[in-house]
Design a protein around this ligand. Structure first.
Ligand code: 2NL
Length: 344
């Protein structure tokens, strides 16, 4: 019996040594240690042994089983290590590969420009006000000294919804509404940014929908020099300290006197170039002293109160600041255009 166990051990260990993969190893385990294997058979035959022999054979059988189990386990671990090593060798990951880009959104160029304008005027004590884009004929025209049949209504061909309702052609009605709210006894210092609409054929410099930022300051003793000071401050902060401004006489139905403001050309420093059309100056905005009739209609006594107002187009300003050559870029939403103005 003991000889048979020794022989079994040698045989099993040789088979383990010869096994070439995990499957072969498992076959050896089942073959020698399994229920139908020779080890089980030996243990079953123990009952026929004498009481002296039994513990000796039992101990040997345990040792043999242990030796085979250990050999199987060691070989199994070696196979598993081999599998892992080949996997590590063949399935390498290049950690230096650049990652996939994550496309982050950002504010539209116009949004950034309007926010910047807002911040500059907030810094000078102006409030931000908004109002409806569908406006009444009264607030869009009448309250701004543009009565029915006024020739200036032709200047701004409008989108009418009904006889009395239209898409606002400027943001001025927001200011007329605010003055009306304050009932003629409180100063107004506000800017109103927003979308406006004109019946125009779209091309590189015209759009049927664009943005406007208007400003209004009504109080006692507001003068033209206050307008010039505020606009000069704005121009220098927005375009650069080295820029000069000039005011030229102009006409608007809602201001008297009216002006247009130019800034000195950065490209030629006033000598004349294609950007400033050989004049050395670039037109930026229009403004003036609020017409006494506009103040009166809003409930302010023009003998006590005076005010200045101005209006600018952020598209035009963005085009000048960044050299954008077509106003339609702001609305066609080509990502190649939009992402150029996203901050890193
Ligand atoms: C321009 C010129 C201007 C105003 C807007 C205004 C508003 C009220 C009273 C008086 Cl409530 N005036 N606004 C005045 C002059 C010019 O805009 O070229 N905008 C793009």
């Amino acid at each position: 019996m003991q000889e048979k166990l020794h022989a079994l051990k040698e045989e099993a260990l040789t088979k383990v040594a010869q096994a070439e993969d995990l499957k072969a190893l498992e076959a050896v385990r089942v073959g020698y240690l399994g229920k139908k294997g020779p080890m089980t058979e030996v243990l079953r035959g123990m009952g026929k042994l004498s009481p002296e022999e039994r513990p000796v054979v039992g101990e040997l059988a345990n040792k043999v089983r242990e030796a085979i189990t250990t050999a199987l386990e060691e070989k199994k671990q070696r196979f598993e290590a081999d599998v892992l090593n080949t996997q590590l060798k063949t399935e390498t990951i290049d950690v230096t590969l650049p990652g996939r880009p994550v496309n982050l959104g950002g504010p539209h160029l116009l949004t950034s420009i309007v926010t910047e304008i807002e911040d500059l005027f907030i810094g000078m004590g102006f409030d931000i006000k908004e109002g409806p884009e569908v406006e009444t004929d009264y607030y869009n025209f009448e309250a701004l000294n543009l009565p029915k049949d006024h020739p200036a209504r032709d200047m701004q061909d409008s989108f009418y919804i009904t006889e009395e309702l239209l898409l606002r052609t400027h943001t001025s009605p927001v200011q007329a509404r605010t003055m009306g709210e304050y009932r003629g006894n409180k100063p107004v210092k506000m800017i109103c940014p927003g979308k406006v609409y004109r019946r125009d054929t779209d091309d590189a410099t015209h759009s049927h929908q664009f943005t406007q930022v208007e400003g209004l300051y009504v109080d006692k003793n507001v003068r033209m020099s206050d307008l010039k000071g505020v606009l000069n401050q704005f121009a220098k902060q927005f375009f650069g300290e080295e820029r000069e401004i000039r005011l030229r006489p102009s006409f608007f139905p809602f201001t008297e006197p009216s002006v247009e403001m130019d800034i000195s050309c950065k490209v030629c420093h006033g000598k004349g170039c294609s950007v400033c059309k050989q004049t050395g100056w670039i037109e930026i905005l229009g403004g003036g002293m609020v017409h006494p009739d506009v103040l009166k209609m809003a409930g302010y006594d023009p003998e006590i109160y005076s005010g200045f107002a101005f209006g600018m187009g952020p598209e035009r300003i963005a085009m000048l600041k960044y050299g954008v050559d077509d106003i339609r870029h702001f609305y066609t939403n080509d990502q190649r255009f939009l992402t150029q103005y996203h901050k890193a």
